[in-house]
Design a protein around this ligand. Sequence first.
Ligand SMILES: C[S@@+](CC[C@H](N)C(=O)[O-])C[C@H]1O[C@@H](n2cnc3c(N)ncnc32)[C@H](O)[C@@H]1O
Length: 302
Amino acid sequence: MIKYTLTALILKTFSSNKLMQKFYRYIGNTYGQKKRLTNRLPEVYINRIHNFLEMDKKLKLLKDGDSILELGTGWIHWEALKINLFYDVKTVLYDVWDNRQFDAFKHYCFLLSNIFDEEFNLKKEQLNRAHYVLNVIQSSKNFEEIYEKLGWTYLVESSGTLNNLLENSFNIVTSGGVFEHIDKTILEEYIKDIYRILKTGGYSMQSINIGDHLYAYDRKVSKKQYLKYSDKVWKLIFNNKVQYFNRVQKSEWLKLFKLADFKLINDDSVFTNMNSLKINKKYKTLDKSDIECTILRIIHQK
Ligand SMILES: C[S@@+](CC[C@H](N)C(=O)[O-])C[C@H]1O[C@@H](n2cnc3c(N)ncnc32)[C@H](O)[C@@H]1O
């Protein structure tokens, strides 16, 4: 609990003004890239590829020539990569600031290519396509060269809204670990915009990490520790601008997608046992599955 609170206070200090926020981002990115360059390929990234293959087999999500949009593409474009490994698709990579890490991206692709054939039991032509994409990335000198060769476009929109994207443009809009960081006040409009920019029959495919992100710094707390705190305490101590977290729960996400007219096609969420946590009265009306959900993996169709 000490590490949990201390981390929150450090993040709060980094949020105190624009200069400190810039400094946080600079050290976060420099240290983040260094860490990624010495890391093994995270299990969670390998699992996202397995999950995509499983869902594509079940739902026939897309075909070559289609268009996709990755929201909050971050350091290494992983969601876009996992689709491009299997399909030749026009790809837009969207974020609110440029936090790309070229060396880390290449390194993860190198690690992936080493384990790919053994990890994924695929046909020869699928393996060829995946290795072609991974080779393009590894032989490129910068992001621009990769984008040019693979038909990708990188877009930074600091407003964090999707207002400027054209309607009926994409077959898939996807993200991993992003929605929990979007300003709560724009969520309704944001999801309605996803509906607007998707083609009819297109899919919204989101993996939303609603587990407490400070758990990574202190494994002694609950995976949903934040449910313990009132809005007042959360705002005062735990929430911050550099790692903003909206605390929106599973049932609320499902309502927001319904409100935008989406049809739920697949719900493959992840849960944890939470018997010992004392929950704040703000969350008392939630049922057990809502409280215990840590990762929401949902596919909706327009
Ligand atoms: C935890 S990172 C995840 C990065 C990447 N998706 C991954 O899994 O490696 C969250 C990302 O969401 C982005 N983000 C924050 N607000 C956003 C918004 N309104 N729309 C799209 N992306 C946003 C951040 O800039 C950051 O790149």
